[in-house]
Design a protein around this ligand. Structure first.
Ligand code: DX5
Ligand code: ZN
Length: 216
């Protein structure tokens, strides 16, 4: 059985200068935070680095979503900076053997290993490596920025993956808000990454509490 659904705030949409403040604000209400790392190559934007992960003081589980072209080389730096889960993109690997090896290397760093697929990437790309991953992240928008509308077709892939494994953590990321969250859970997702629907709201804590009620 999959673990119960949980909301994982994505700090990408939080005001940069007040990240620590926002993390402390949400800390009592969630178990994990999602930290997007972008290199300006895999996605057009560029943002955080290992120091961002290291400097954020929190008891929350730090989940790092690497939207970078060289996750193999950089995973070690993020693990050293305190990442508890490292998520890499399947699109960067030509074959299942190299993807499997990258996931195994992440586990060797004593962090959980996640594999992510973009909206246009089929489940067949990750099927052979599901056993090497602790979580599968199904992007429900095109990666690179917050505040986009969810692409509902992506939820079909969530259903497909849930059929392959009843217990694996399935995460959705992009366009999750009070209107879409229930559909994601119904499809089989148990980790709901939420950015703008928390941090672009007047009261981020209230936004979390309201969405939690919808998935209980
Ligand atoms: C987008 C990032 C997301 C982003 C989600 O590429 O991976 O984590 O913060 O933001 P919302 O929830 O606003 O779509
Ligand atoms: Zn993300």
């Amino acid at each position: 059985m999959a673990k119960p659904p949980q909301i994982i705030p994505s700090i990408l949409s939080a005001e940069r200068k007040r990240l620590q403040h926002y993390v402390e604000l949400i800390e009592p209400h969630v178990k994990a935070i999602h930290i997007d790392i972008m290199d300006g190559k895999f996605v057009p934007q560029e943002n955080f680095c290992p120091e961002t992960v290291e400097l954020l003081r929190t008891r929350l589980h730090k989940e790092v979503h690497l939207m970078i072209i060289d996750p193999d080389r950089e995973a070690e730096d993020y693990a050293a900076a305190g990442a508890d889960t490292i998520i890499i993109h399947a699109e960067l690997f030509d074959d299942p053997i190299s993807l499997s090896a990258a996931l195994k290397n992440i586990r060797k760093l004593k962090t959980r290993a996640g594999v992510s697929i973009n909206p246009e990437t089929p489940v067949s790309k990750i099927k052979p490596v599901i056993k090497d991953a602790d979580l599968v992240l199904v992007m429900t928008v095109h990666p690179g920025r917050g505040g986009q509308d969810m692409i509902p077709e992506c939820l079909k892939k969530v259903k497909e993956i849930r059929k392959l494994s009843k217990s694996i953590d399935i995460e959705v990321d992009g366009g999750i808000n009070k209107d879409t969250i229930k559909y994601a859970v119904k499809a089989g997702a148990n980790r709901l990454v939420v950015g703008s629907a928390i941090f672009c709201q007047e009261d981020p804590v209230d936004a979390i509490i309201s969405m939690k009620k919808l998935i209980e």
